[in-house]
Design a protein around this ligand. Structure first.
Ligand SMILES: Cc1cc2nc3c(=O)[nH]c(=O)nc-3n(C[C@H](O)[C@H](O)[C@H](O)COP(=O)(O)OP(=O)(O)OC[C@H]3O[C@@H](n4cnc5c(N)ncnc54)[C@H](O)[C@@H]3O)c2cc1C
Length: 453
């Protein structure tokens, strides 16, 4: 059974110029800034070892890395091009961040149709991973709100892609992990709001049955997500807080957001995160909500982006970094699979304090390689502990497969080629759309170096 091995040099050498959010693996690559759409494909001339367009590096593993290659960083392509308030359709270059979109849109009474747990991702990155948010059941994933984009290929060809124009390229590029070409610009359909506020409810639950009851009872909620304690066993096994939100309906001020002020200042020492500190954190978090059911009105920032308050919080995991494990298991096995996997995680003693449980809805994603599928989604971080973390991830990946689920490429640093090709049997069909000049360390790993499949 093959699984990634810890690179002993990883912690000793100076950090590379571009890291993914998990800071594992760490690879040197040349950063090639793209400031103008027309920089591509000219920048490829004379580059060796392939290239990969990247955004803000908020993917956790190696989907935004290319060992020894060239990372075409799009953050200089950050212009808003057009906005139609009648339809809510914004057109912007792909390096625009969702934070910039919010700063533009919120004061005008609009909000992102789908947002991840951080606003520091680019439009191109959000499309290329077809990201999902707390409203997946209500509106599907990001690509469902992208009417069109332009795809540039290394051979100089350009394609406008939409559900009706070049639909096969449209489907391959949504969730296509940057491998089909450079997304130069895209349209995004924003949704109207009248307030920055969110009507929030938090409800404690004990175990997966209560979680599923809440999911059924609040099935019409716009946003829902749960925090789950995956360190506890016995009577506290799978306890958590079910969090619901709706955009407030009473008109209020639509001010721009203040900038975050706190920065995690250093790499925490390796011993800072252990079973005792994580269990303590989980217990404090669970009891922070003293009443079993609370209702509050909160600003959208702490509701959607609680972790953005502390920039570089990933340093809390120390120099070795962290890996994330995120699955989606279909409904027929969702309960059984989630209980079995949570037990395996609790038994390992490696659980982290950032475990998120939620349901994916029925709206089909538009991308060939998109991650969401109807069922239960669990996401959690693990600190990297030599000899423990990767064997655990291997077991959890195999269990996910047994229960008919799949793992999320945007969060992965450990899937084997066998697992990937079983999770995504459509990868053969997808590979036909790959740009021959573009690849990633993720793609090289999960195709076993056979980057054409
Ligand atoms: C705190 C936190 C919370 C998160 N929460 C969620 C969540 O709730 N849901 C979720 O789905 N994800 C979540 N994520 C993951 C994140 O949303 C995705 O990994 C996102 O794709 C990162 O965007 P990025 O701009 O940083 O892109 P990068 O990480 O730099 O790149 C991501 C992918 O996009 C490709 N790419 C980037 N720009 C372009 C372009 N212009 N053209 C073609 N391809 C391109 C890259 O090649 C790469 O494959 C979270 C991440 C963090 C750190």
């Amino acid at each position: 059974m093959s699984h990634p091995v810890i690179d002993p040099q990883a912690a000793k050498t100076a950090p590379p110029a571009f890291e993914s959010w998990g800071r594992y693996p760490r690879y040197d690559a040349k950063i090639v800034p793209l400031n103008w759409q027309n920089d591509f494909p000219g920048v490829l001339a004379g580059l060796n070892n392939g290239a990969l367009p990247v955004g803000l590096g908020r993917s956790y593993g190696d989907v935004c890395l290319l060992k020894g290659g060239n990372l075409l960083q799009t953050t200089g392509m950050d212009r808003l091009i057009d906005f139609d308030p009648a339809t809510g359709v914004l057109t912007a270059e792909s390096g625009v961040s969702l934070a910039q979109v919010l700063d533009f849109a919120v004061p005008r009474g609009f909000f992102l149709p789908v947002t991840p747990g951080t606003k520091y991702v680019t439009l191109g990155g959000a499309i290329a991973n077809d990201i999902h948010g707390k409203n997946h059941e209500a509106v599907g994933s990001f690509g469902n709100h992208v009417p069109s984009f332009e795809l540039l290929r290394s051979d100089g060809s350009r394609r406008i892609c939409s559900p009706t124009e070049n639909p096969d390229w449209y489907a391959a590029t949504i969730g296509g992990m940057g491998l089909t070409g450079l997304i130069a610009w895209a349209q995004l359909r924003l949704r109207p709001i009248v307030s920055r506020k969110i009507d929030y409810e938090g409800i404690q639950f004990h175990g997966i049955d209560e979680f599923l009851d809440l999911k059924q009872r609040y099935r019409h909620a716009e946003y829902s997500v749960s925090w789950v304690d995956c360190a506890s066993t016995g009577k506290n096994f799978a306890r958590g807080i079910y969090m619901l939100g709706e955009h407030a309906k009473d008109p209020d001020k639509l001010r721009p957001s203040p900038e975050p002020k706190l920065v995690f200042p250093f790499n925490a020492p390796g011993f800072a995160l252990n079973h005792a500190t994580v269990s303590l954190f989980n217990s404090v978090f669970f009891h922070k909500q003293i009443k079993p059911h609370v209702k509050q009105v909160v600003d959208y920032e702490p509701f959607f982006y609680p972790l953005d308050k502390i920039l570089h919080w990933n340093r809390m995991y120390g120099k070795r970094g962290l890996v994330q494990f995120q699955y989606a298991i279909p409904w027929q096995n969702a309960k059984e699979g989630t209980i079995a996997i949570l037990r395996e995680i609790a038994k390992s003693g490696l659980a982290s304090f950032l475990a998120v449980l939620k349901a994916f809805g029925e709206i089909p994603s538009l991308g060939t390689m998109s991650f969401p599928q109807p069922g239960i989604m669990l996401a959690l971080d693990f600190p990297i502990k030599p000899d423990l973390t990767f064997p655990l991830l291997q077991r959890l990946g195999d269990m996910t497969l047994e229960f008919g689920g799949r793992l999320y490429s945007a969060k992965d640093a450990a899937m084997t080629p066998k697992q990937f090709q079983a999770f995504y049997p459509q990868c053969q069909q997808f590979a036909r759309f790959r740009d021959p000049m573009l690849t990633s360390s993720f793609w090289e790993r999960v195709t076993g170096g056979e980057s054409t499949l």
